[in-house]
Design a binder for this molecule. Structure first.
Ligand SMILES: O=C(O)c1cc(=O)[nH]c(=O)n1[C@@H]1O[C@H](COP(=O)(O)O)[C@@H](O)[C@H]1O
Length: 246
């Protein structure tokens, strides 16, 4: 298990593929290179199952298991208990499940001792904007305020980090605390299609804004030359960190 540390910003590749063999074919592009940190989300997990995820870990990948758990505390604790044996690095759950749910998840993860996965609370999805949040969900105020509220709750419940957009990462560091890890999807290069994402940022700007780690799917998985795009992003992130002393 690799642990993402503050001295390195990971560009985590979201393996949003329908079948494990597609994901494996994609990963084979990195055959002679350092293995990237990868994210397995619901699409691939439901198709490939937990054993495949465990085999990915055994092969040497750092894995972010993004299942966004959200249920009553007892059920989420049970889910976390079933997932800890896979050896993944990070697991997501929705902060909107509440403090008791997150605390139950933390207790279940802690049972794995030093090999426990880090728990990340998802705040407001990056596919949401203020209009959808206010009008559809009935949550008043700005997205930033809502994200901050979730982040505070996550910190109080002992979460290791939060998933948020680049627009909120720095705000969270300032208002909630620097030790709470900020993991940021919604990453796009200048001029790239945003698709269903609403709160997007370039890798450079996200790092400057306070993102500890980036999650990138389609800009890499759908690129003509995925390894080159990935390496370019890693280089850009490292350079930004150096230049901004972050
Ligand atoms: O938890 C996540 O990883 C996540 C949270 C969020 O708010 N927004 C978000 O896009 N994600 C994930 O990040 C990835 C982004 O993919 P792309 O939009 O293709 O780069 C997807 O796998 C999403 O499931």
């Amino acid at each position: 298990m690799t642990t993402a540390t503050a001295d390195r910003t990971h560009v985590v590749i979201a393996l949003d593929f329908p079948e494990p063999n597609e994901a494996e074919r994609f990963l084979s592009l990195w055959r002679d290179r350092e293995k990237p940190f990868v994210k397995v989300g619901m699409q691939l997990f439901y198709a490939a199952g937990p054993r495949w995820v465990a085999s990915l870990v055994e092969t040497g990948y750092s894995v972010f298991l993004d299942l966004k758990l959200h249920d009553i505390p007892h059920t989420v604790a049970g889910g976390i208990g079933s997932l800890t044996g896979l050896g993944v690095d990070w697991i997501t759950l929705h902060a909107g499940g509440g403090k008791a749910m997150m605390e139950a998840a933390k207790a279940a993860a802690s049972a794995a001792g030093s090999r426990r996965p880090r728990l990340l609370a998802v705040t407001q999805l990056t596919s949401m904007d203020r209009r959808a949040m206010n009008d559809e969900l009935g949550i008043p105020g700005t997205v930033r305020d809502a994200v901050l509220r979730y982040a505070r709750l996550a910190e109080q419940a002992g979460m290791d980090g939060v998933v948020c957009s680049g627009e909120e990462a720095g705000w969270i560091k300032e208002k909630v605390g620097r030790s709470l890890m900020t993991v940021t999807p919604g990453i796009r290069l200048n001029g790239q299609r945003t698709g269903d994402q609403k709160r997007v940022m370039t890798p450079e700007k996200a790092v400057r804004s306070g993102a500890d780690h980036l999650v990138v799917g389609r800009p890499i998985t759908r690129a003509q030359h995925p390894v080159e795009v990935y390496e370019e992003m890693v280089k850009c992130v490292q350079q930004t960190r150096r230049e901004n002393d972050v």
